[in-house]
Design a protein. Structure first.
Length: 75
């Protein structure tokens, strides 16, 4: 895939809002994703990503704790 603005360059990613393929010079990295210059400069149109409320590692620890407790009770 080639960059939308620079057809002679390979695209490294896509704009999270409009989907344009972007090269390293066109890609704007924000905490909400990768954007083209136009979408990055239009903050009203950007929607923050819905984040997880519970970190993945907390879920893993809880599940492992339940497994250990069940093994102790079954004995």
């Amino acid at each position: 895939m080639k960059c939308a603005a620079h057809p002679d360059r390979a695209a490294l990613g896509y704009c999270s809002r409009c989907g344009k393929p972007l090269c390293k010079d066109c890609l704007v990295r924000l905490n909400m994703g990768n954007f083209c210059e136009t979408c990055a400069n239009n903050p009203e149109g950007l929607r923050p990503r819905a984040g997880r409320r519970i970190p993945w590692w907390v879920i893993v620890v809880v599940v492992l704790g339940i497994v250990v407790l069940l093994r102790l009770v079954v004995r």
